[in-house]
Design a protein. Sequence first.
Length: 333
Amino acid sequence: MAITRGSRAATGTGRRVAAALTCLLAAGTLSGCSSAGSASPASSGRVGIRSASANRSTAARPTTTTLPPTTTTSTVPAQPGWAVLSTRPTGVAVDQRTVTGSGGATVTVVRFRAGQVHLDLHVGSQDPYAGSSPIGPDAQPSIAAAETPALLAAFNGGFKTTAGAGGFEVNGQVLSPLTAGMASVVLDAAGRPSVGVWGAGFPAPGASVVSVRQNLPPLVVGGVESASVNVVGAWGATLGGVSDVARSALGEDAAGNLLYAASMSALPADLASALVSAGAVCAMELDINPEWVQLDVAPTPGGALSTAVPGQNRPADQYRAGWTRDFFTVLAG
């Protein structure tokens, strides 16, 4: 069945149950996180996008983004313990909390509220290489003009495709083969995100899969931190070989909210514990090191962006100007 932007792929209850089940399944079936994080996956672990889901759409999503009519009176209220960053007429779209890790690292956790936002995945001007693939204007190295009226936030993607940390698909175009066992954020035809472990019951059979960004084995699975969370080398090479560096991660809670966590000086365990404390069921590390970690947020759709990770290197308009690496845009609706 074709799904158009603005429609729901599943009810909120179905999404919550699916997220919990896939992560619990992965917790019981995956045990190789400590060795898989720092090495290229074996070719036998690769699964092509076609064999993973026979029913998935490979058509690019619509290239225009319009704000949906605000005819509903329901609202998403503010929640104690979370500071509101962005609002829509329908309520809170983006909020934030700060968590201090056991070692004193300060981690910013930003929550994108389910039903209030959808996402686009963009390639970078250098990585991943799209070549002549018809990825569409909403996936280019800079934020598209059509995205701007609905733009609420933008944040960094994962490692370079040459790092062996997983695959990349955008708007139905597989730019790097997808790999079983890797933590993945999946966007459906409406841009609705979900986070899970590829091949461990995720995505569900027949699910709409349009874009996929993988990066390493899961940081959190089944609501529990990875057994290798303290093996720092399993989570990527750092500048100067130091352990406490800029890091980012992405998770999903049982309500289907997307959780972005980042710090300019943290351990993998700091991100994992911050996400679990925020309710993450599944989570994946994204990019690390100071040049790459960046999150920008607007107070209302189409508003001025401001930096959201204290001390981040890149300016708030970097993704508007264009960037060398992949990133996500967060759009109202």
